[in-house]
Design a protein around this ligand. Structure first.
Ligand code: K1U
Ligand code: ZN
Length: 176
C-alpha cells in the first residue's frame, strides 16, 4: 500500500473524462488499496481515482463515523440510473480543493449501478450524505468538480485563489 499525491485545483487532469475499467486485475486492486490509504490519511470520506492522477472509473468511499469501524465501499464503473426530482442542499468539500466548502444542490436520492471488486454487477439506492458523496465522486469520473455547481462568481474566485497558490509554489520550487 502507498500514499498517493492528490491533484489540486487548477490541475487540468481533474477535467479528464475517466475510462471504464475493463478488467479488475491486480493493478486495479493495488490502486483501490492506495486510494483507501490516501483517503483515510487526508482525511476524507470519498476519493475518485482521477484525484490521484489515474483516469479510470474507480471510486472509494467510507461514511463511517469517527468512533465506528471502517466501512470501506468500492465502486467500479459507477453510473447513476435514477435521480429523484426532489433536490436538497448539502455543504460539500473536496480533497482537490482543500479547505473550501460550499453549499451544493443535488437530487436528494439516486440509484447507482456499478461493479464490485469481484466484477459482480450491483445496484444501490442512496440518500442523505451517501447520495451527495456518490454524486460528487461520479462527477469526478466525468471531469466535473463541485465548484461547477455553484455561482460563476464564487467559482472564479476560488479558481483564481488556487491558481495563484499553485504559481507561488512553482516559483518557490524553481528558486530552491
Ligand atoms: O471527492 C473528494 O474530494 C472527497 C470529499 C467527498 C465529499 C465530502 C463532502 C460532500 C461531498 C463529497 C471529501 O471527503 S472532503 C473532506 C470531508 O468531507 C471530511 C473530512 C473528514 C471528516 C469528515 C468529512
Ligand atoms: Zn472531490
Amino acid at each position: 500500500m502507498a500514499l498517493r499525491d492528490i491533484l489540486k485545483l487548477p490541475d487540468k487532469r481533474l477535467r479528464l473524462i475517466s475510462e471504464p475499467v475493463k478488467r479488475i486485475d491486480p493493478g486495479v486492486r493495488a490502486l483501490v488499496d492506495d486510494m483507501f490509504e490516501t483517503m483515510y490519511a487526508a482525511p476524507g470520506i470519498g476519493l475518485a481515482s482521477i484525484q490521484v492522477g489515474v483516469a479510470q472509473r474507480v471510486v472509494v468511499m467510507d461514511l463511517s463515523k469517527k468512533d465506528e469501524n471502517h466501512k470501506p465501499l468500492v465502486f467500479i464503473n459507477p453510473e447513476i440510473t435514477w435521480s429523484s426530482e426532489e433536490k436538497s442542499t448539502h455543504e460539500e468539500g473536496c480533497l482537490s480543493i482543500p479547505e473550501y466548502y460550499e453549499e451544493v444542490e443535488r437530487p436528494v436520492a439516486v440509484k447507482v449501478k456499478y461493479q464490485d471488486l469481484d466484477g459482480k454487477a450491483q445496484e444501490i439506492a442512496a440518500d442523505g450524505l451517501f447520495a451527495t458523496c456518490i454524486q460528487h465522486e461520479i462527477d469526478h469520473t466525468n471531469g466535473v468538480l463541485f465548484i461547477d455547481h455553484i455561482s460563476k462568481l464564487k467559482r472564479d474566485r476560488v479558481v483564481k485563489k488556487f491558481t495563484k497558490a499553485a504559481k507561488a509554489a512553482a516559483k518557490k520550487t524553481v528558486e530552491a
